[in-house]
Design a protein. Structure first.
Length: 256
């Protein structure tokens, strides 16, 4: 199992790569966000990755209005995503995520699904041409269950699934982690871990919320998951992130 961390996108990317590497992580879940993602030198980022030996996974913003009712806004949003794909290709990324958009104001649920399907299909077409595998992250309702992902990804069998375990525990009485793995199995290629109190996406350090992480890891073992896990812990004090890393490593050693 490889454990990674998300870069602080408000800081210099190369500095973040150096820091994450020095903290003993296996890879950076490199996130690009609007306003902070322009004029980044891909050659410098590539050199930093090569120098540190750090792996990299591409992470994109969930806030770009890709399903906005106005076509002009949707097309501008697509252009932004295409620039992300170009950047990730230049630095050697072979796995990139997108989030189903929840920004479907004044739209029916069917329209939200269909416009998201168009968005995912278009991004996937460009990713495939660049040699990048696309994965879609589980988020909140209506894109939080295996059934919703079967509907969302119908006919797009080469698109993979990125399971956010924190999201799987929000406002539900179902074991969505177990259900996702039972339905999608090896199609799940990446995980995000962060803790919460089961009602908001708090991005807390592991062990500080109400998620049973030992039980979660037992499920990973049951389904022979041995890929990548990103600790998506947001705190100004990085000791909470490093605590989460040690906490997870101890559970993995015990369970696996």
């Amino acid at each position: 199992m490889k454990i990674g961390a998300v870069n602080n996108f408000t800081n210099d990317i190369c500095d973040e790569i150096e820091l994450i590497s020095s903290e003993g992580f296996d890879f950076v879940d490199l996130t690009l966000e609007p306003l902070f993602s322009s004029n980044i030198d891909s050659r410098q980022v590539s050199e930093a990755l090569k120098r540190t030996g750090l792996g990299v996974i591409g992470h994109t913003s969930p806030f770009i209005p890709v399903i906005f009712p106005l076509e002009s806004i949707r097309e501008a949003s697509m252009s932004e995503f295409f620039s992300y794909i170009d950047f990730f290709h230049e630095i050697g990324v072979d796995l990139m995520n997108v989030h189903p958009s929840l920004n479907g104001s004044l739209m029916s649920e069917n329209d939200i699904f269909e416009k998201n399907r168009v968005f995912i299909s278009r991004v996937n077409d460009v990713c495939r041409k660049k040699g990048i595998t696309l994965m879609v992250e589980s988020v909140t309702k209506p894109f939080n269950t295996p059934e919703s992902f079967e509907r969302l990804l119908k006919g797009m069998d080469d698109v993979k699934l990125h399971l956010d375990v924190g999201h799987c525990h929000l406002n539900t009485d179902r074991d969505l982690v177990e259900e996702f793995f039972s339905v999608f199995g090896e199609r799940i290629v990446h995980l995000h871990f962060s803790d919460n109190f089961l009602n908001q996406d708090n991005h807390l350090p592991l062990g500080s919320g109400m998620i049973d992480w030992k039980d979660t890891v037992r499920k990973l073992k049951k389904y022979s998951y041995e890929r990548t896990i990103t600790l998506e812990v947001f705190s100004k004090d990085r000791r909470y992130l490093l605590h989460s890393k040690k906490y997870l490593e101890e559970i993995l050693q015990e369970v696996y």
